[in-house]
Write a protein that binds this ligand. Structure first.
Ligand SMILES: Cc1cc2nc3c(=O)[nH]c(=O)nc-3n(C[C@H](O)[C@H](O)[C@H](O)COP(=O)(O)OP(=O)(O)OC[C@H]3O[C@@H](n4cnc5c(N)ncnc54)[C@H](O)[C@@H]3O)c2cc1C
Length: 355
């Protein structure tokens, strides 16, 4: 159980800037994101593509904007809890909120900032009955994120998918050469990936560093062992196999890399006023229908709303001022300039500029 002043749900560009604005207001915040890395859509959907409409930054990529925002919030040392989605939001008798995640972590805070964008990015899963049993725990046989060659040494590994992420994962493991066997499983002999990456994969296949298997998984094969249930193989329908017959693909580890899709998930169950799957806010504080809960960025709606990063930055700024009145009711909330305020210089860890 972590007690804090504010919890930010979503570490996209707006959630990150929210952390900065809360830092300026001396509000202690924690950031939570379902993805294993910060940056939201910028980092996930267009890390290398250019953005031209961030004020004062004529050109930057999605990843560069994320890196700059992380640099900007560094002075506030905001704890970041990644790879876990916020599942529950409940009111406490003392007026605070209790926030719980899929990883079993719990926070209590008087203010909550929902910066959830288009929803939590969750991996697309192969439609195979019973697969979820093998997704849990440190020795999970089915892993959707973050596999290193060392973590699968000596194992029979199957990477599933035909886009960049699948090919990058397969290539990384092929180059390390530490798997007992490595298979790239895809529906057809055609990839939707960068040309250079596809060339590198084809070359690795030609050199025998991995094999390409074409097929559509239809079922899993599992058995009970003394240590629990074990996933042994996939049964595939293959393009050149006889109709109705399946091919068995044995494995120790399955790495589905089928892309991510956003899911609004539990946000719709929290009893907050919504319009067309967006949280209704006022434009003075960006507060939702529940006291102490704010919504900023792509997740909110109000007359004239535009889903742009700079609009989210403005919303986060006013929401932080409004939260200061809740977290520090004893203080007058004053406007201070980062250029001239000694207190803000102290918070930012910068030296005052000579007069
Ligand atoms: C291809 C493309 C190009 C774009 N170009 C521009 C541009 O040039 N200029 C511009 O201004 N905008 C652009 N946009 C839009 C911009 O990316 C969005 O407006 C911006 O990302 C919104 O930021 P956000 O922080 O509100 O949400 P997001 O970036 O969507 O981040 C939300 C985060 O919240 C997390 N989350 C959601 N629900 C939960 C939960 N329950 N628990 C934990 N975490 C959760 C998600 O995993 C995600 O990381 C572009 C968008 C796309 C797709």
């Amino acid at each position: 159980m972590i007690d804090t002043d504010a919890v930010i749900i979503g570490a996209g560009p707006v959630g990150l800037f929210q952390a900065f604005q809360l830092g300026l207001q001396e509000i202690r915040a924690h950031l939570i994101d379902a993805l294993p890395h910060p940056g939201g859509q910028c980092a996930e959907l267009y890390p290398d593509k250019p953005i031209y409409d961030i004020p004062g930054l004529p050109l930057c990529s999605g990843q560069e904007l994320t890196d700059r925002l992380l640099q900007q919030i560094a002075p506030f040392q905001v704890p970041m809890h990644l790879g876990q989605a916020v599942q529950s939001l409940e009111s406490l008798p003392d007026g605070r909120w209790q926030i719980g995640t899929t990883a079993g972590m719990v926070w209590r805070a008087p203010t909550v900032f929902i910066a959830a964008g288009v929803g939590a990015f969750v991996p697309r899963k192969p439609p195979l009955d019973g697969l979820e049993v093998f997704e849990q725990g440190p020795n999970a046989q089915v892993r959707y994120f973050g596999v290193t060659p060392a973590s699968v040494t000596g194992q029979h590994v199957v990477v599933m998918g035909g886009e960049n992420e699948a090919l990058e994962t397969a290539l990384q493991l092929a180059e390390a050469g530490s798997c007992a066997s490595l298979t790239l499983l895809h529906r057809v002999d055609k990839f939707r990936a960068d040309a250079a990456l596809e060339q590198a994969i084809r070359s690795a296949i030609d050199k025998g560093r991995l094999r390409l298997v074409l097929g559509q998984p239809l079922a899993i094969e599992q058995r009970q062992t003394t240590e629990g249930r074990r996933l042994d193989a996939l049964h595939l329908a293959t393009p050149d196999g006889p109709e109705g017959a399946t091919t068995r693909l044995p494995l120790d580890v399955l790495l589905p890399r089928l892309g991510l899709s956003p899911k609004l998930g539990p946000i719709t169950d929290w009893g907050l006023a919504m319009e067309r799957k967006q949280l209704v806010v006022d434009t003075e504080r960006f507060a939702t229908s529940a006291p102490g809960i704010f919504a900023v960025g792509d997740i909110n709606t109000y007359p004239g709303k535009r889903k742009l990063i700079l609009c989210g930055f403005h919303e986060a700024t006013l929401a932080a001022f409004a939260a200061a009145a809740i977290v520090h009711p004893e203080r007058r909330v004053l406007l201070q300039y980062t250029t001239t305020s000694p207190r803000l210089h102290e918070l930012l860890g910068v030296k005052p500029t000579p007069a």
